[in-house]
Write a protein that binds this ligand. Structure first.
Ligand SMILES: C[S@@+](CC[C@H](N)C(=O)[O-])C[C@H]1O[C@@H](n2cnc3c(N)ncnc32)[C@H](O)[C@@H]1O
Length: 226
């Protein structure tokens, strides 16, 4: 798969990824990572975890992937990786690696796929995860305020009720069990701290829906208690 380290484009095999992640207690995947700053900070705050930022726009991850590639005494992070890919073309190397998945304030096809419960999108997201992995999705619903942008006019408005009635069964089809969906408090949205959370909070944090889910594990399927 394609990875980036500052200005350097490189590739990584599945075995190389396994070797990099092996010393860590778990793997976190940030899908639609934007500039990758959140993944960098999360990796710094959780040195026991291997953190992967995934985004199709290589250029946007340049600064933070360059920082991560430095020597540790200069701010480098051996536990952060920046993968250049879209969910529509999921790298095979990431299959089943993550026990923690985040999607924060997506836009474009990632947002559309999640809001519509698109089968291909959900299958790809589930494919990145280990059984039992947690998934945390934050959807910005301010996009549905007037004037509604053309590219979202055909989308249903996202509310916790919409998640329960429409998305829960679609997520379930792909082995993703929604455990909670609710409006987030303004303080909570402001505290997300990603570039887009800050940008969208310029006047007031955007009304956002949080979806907390878990990928089904073998224990769930066998009916055993988890
Ligand atoms: C509004 S930005 C949010 C970035 C970051 N999560 C944050 O909160 O600052 C949405 C990101 O989703 C990414 N994105 C859109 N469609 C995607 C897809 N199909 N697969 C992966 N990432 C996608 C975009 O490239 C963009 O970086």
């Amino acid at each position: 798969m394609n990875i980036t380290r500052g200005r350097t484009a490189d590739t990584l095999t599945r075995d190389e990824l396994r070797a990099l992640a092996a010393p860590y207690a778990g793997v976190t995947l940030d899908i639609g990572a934007g500039d990758g700053a959140w993944a960098y900070r999360y990796g710094g705050a959780h040195p026991d975890r291997f953190v992967i930022a995934l985004d199709p726009v290589r250029e946007n991850m340049r600064e933070w992937s360059a920082k991560a590639a430095k020597k540790p005494d200069k701010g480098g992070l051996p536990n952060a990786l920046f993968v250049v890919a879209s969910v529509e073309s999921p790298p095979e190397e990431l299959r089943g690696v993550a026990d923690e998945v985040f999607v924060t304030l997506p836009w474009g096809s990632l947002m559309r796929g999640l809001i519509l419960g698109d089968g291909g999108m959900l299958a790809a997201i589930a494919s990145f995860a280990k059984g039992g992995a947690s998934i945390r999705i934050v959807l910005n619903t301010r996009i549905f305020d007037d004037p509604v942008p053309i590219d979202v006019r055909d989308l249903p408005e996202v509310t916790p009720e919409y998640v329960v009635t429409t998305l829960v069964p679609l997520f379930e089809e792909h082995g993703i069990r929604v455990e909670n969906s609710r409006w987030m408090d303004a303080d909570e949205v402001a505290a997300i701290g990603t570039r887009w959370a800050k940008r969208l909070s310029h006047r007031a944090p955007p009304r956002s829906v949080l979806i907390e889910a878990r990928v089904r594990s073998i224990e769930d399927d066998s009916g055993a208690e988890s």
